[in-house]
Design a protein around this ligand. Structure first.
Ligand SMILES: Cc1cc2nc3c(=O)[nH]c(=O)nc-3n(C[C@H](O)[C@H](O)[C@H](O)COP(=O)(O)OP(=O)(O)OC[C@H]3O[C@@H](n4cnc5c(N)ncnc54)[C@H](O)[C@@H]3O)c2cc1C
Length: 405
């Protein structure tokens, strides 16, 4: 009888979840990771509290993704509630924030990662750190490089690739494995930054305010629903949740037109008429004071002054109109390595419904390396976990079908 052994490449959210499904089904699993330790991105996400999933209803949830039809069956089998139960199984309580985001109660990733790795090891999963996957050879064996540069090939009954996207390369996901797949004719959508800052050509006057928040503003693009959130002014442009939420349409406009235009309502809680009334000149009040009392803090005022000619600063009609629809031209996204996540990756058309590569039987893909995109809010990790489980179950189904025992 042939021993069934499965290799999982990448010890991140998706790879560890795939390893869990397989090991709990009694399959021998070897996890290969080119970094010296596992789950570095999850641990980094833990510095922001580890927003692991979201509590909104499943209909709204699935619409956060750019490929809802592809992801729906995976998320149906491992929805937010399953993530909460899975965490509880590792001894980690969860907490739902006011925005509906779900976090571990302690707002840390390390206890979760520790408990998870320990359970995987108890289930027999073997970890090979400092081992980089280089591809498969002509016999279909997986090829690895050790830290000293020496290489070896190993036969596996099946292999799950969970190598991540292309951001924060220092945490491990450097895109090299995807380059290899592209060179070997796997259908890929090129990686692009997602959930990232944007570049705007500010004047030195606005640049001087870098580091200051732009609070509770509404932003939209033509034909895109407005988003209410905060942003941060930076020397290069803007950063923060507001931009992450609009990252997909911004990227699409940049790809099509070479630049993107977003509009801000810097005071969404009051009408244009009310703002206009508040801006009516009053005796003995400086313009700066008038604007501040009307709700225009120094950052919002600077953005208005950036666009409106000085001659119009005393005109309440023009100032109010601009404050309610302030255009900002974006020239580029921040570099991919600084993005929270990447869009692009292995296309759905390259995979069957079990996430197995159509051109290489027995090789499955999951996690951020797949061509889907979502905003921050717990949606990224949720899809990584769910697709990792899908790939794990895909291997089990494929083993049954191909009767390798
Ligand atoms: C700063 C930051 C904060 C974030 N916060 C959140 C959050 O709060 N909520 C959320 O939902 N998402 C968050 N994300 C995104 C989320 O962490 C990722 O989408 C998710 O971890 C990706 O999981 P993955 O398993 O697909 O890839 P990864 O976690 O990137 O894992 C891939 C693994 O494969 C290894 N690897 C790559 N190539 C090879 C190779 N050739 N051989 C061997 N090993 C290889 C890498 O070293 C890595 O360990 C955050 C991301 C960042 C950068």
């Amino acid at each position: 009888m042939q021993t069934i052994k499965v290799a999982v490449i990448g010890a991140g959210a998706a790879g560890l979840m795939a390893a869990e499904v397989l090991s709990q089904a009694g399959v021998t699993v070897d996890v290969y990771e080119h970094k010296p330790s596992a789950a570095r991105k999850i641990l980094m996400a833990g510095k922001g509290g580890l927003n692991i999933t979201h509590s909104e209803d499943s209909v709204a949830f699935i619409q956060r993704y750019d490929q809802p039809d592809w992801l729906q069956p995976m998320l149906d089998r491992f929805p937010a509630s399953a993530i909460v139960a899975w965490m509880a199984g590792l001894g980690i309580d969860s907490y739902v924030g006011t925005s509906g985001r779900v976090f571990p109660a302690e707002m840390k990733a390390a206890p979760l990662v520790r408990a998870w790795l320990s359970r995987l090891k108890n289930d027999g999963v073997q970890f090979f750190y400092r081992h980089r996957w280089l591809g498969w050879d002509e016999k279909g064996q997986q090829v690895f490089a050790r830290a000293d540069g020496s290489q070896f090939s190993q036969h596996y009954t099946a292999t799950i690739l969970a190598v991540g996207g292309g951001s924060w390369a220092r945490l491990g996901s450097d895109g090299q494995a995807l380059d290899w797949l592209a060179q070997h004719c796997v259908d890929l959508q090129p990686l692009q930054a997602s959930n990232c800052g944007v570049q705007v050509a500010w004047s030195p006057f606005v640049q001087a305010l870098a580091g200051q928040p732009l609070k509770r503003v509404q932003a939209w693009l033509t034909d895109v629903e407005p988003v209410l959130s905060d942003a941060m002014l930076t020397e290069y442009g803007l950063e923060g949740g507001l931009l992450y939420a609009l990252s997909r349409p911004i990227r699409q406009q940049l790809n099509t037109h070479g630049q993107a235009e977003i509009f801000l309502d810097v005071l969404p809680n009051i009408s244009q008429q009310e703002l206009q009334d508040r801006l009516q000149p009053k005796a003995k009040q400086s313009q700066a004071n008038l604007w501040r009392k009307a709700g225009l803090d120094p950052v919002k005022s600077a953005l208005i002054r950036e666009i409106l000619p000085k001659s119009a600063w005393a005109d309440p009609v023009q100032v109010a109109a601009l404050a309610k629809r302030l255009p900002i031209t974006i020239h580029a996204l921040q570099p991919m390595d600084e993005a929270i996540s990447t869009a692009g990756g292995v296309r759905q058309s390259a995979l069957d419904h079990q996430l197995m590569l159509k051109q290489q039987a027995g090789v499955f893909c999951c996690g951020e390396m797949l061509d889907w995109d979502a905003p921050t809010g717990g949606y990224l990790l949720t899809a990584c976990f769910a697709s990792g489980r899908r790939a794990g179950h895909g291997v089990l189904d494929w083993l049954k079908r191909s009767d390798t025992t």
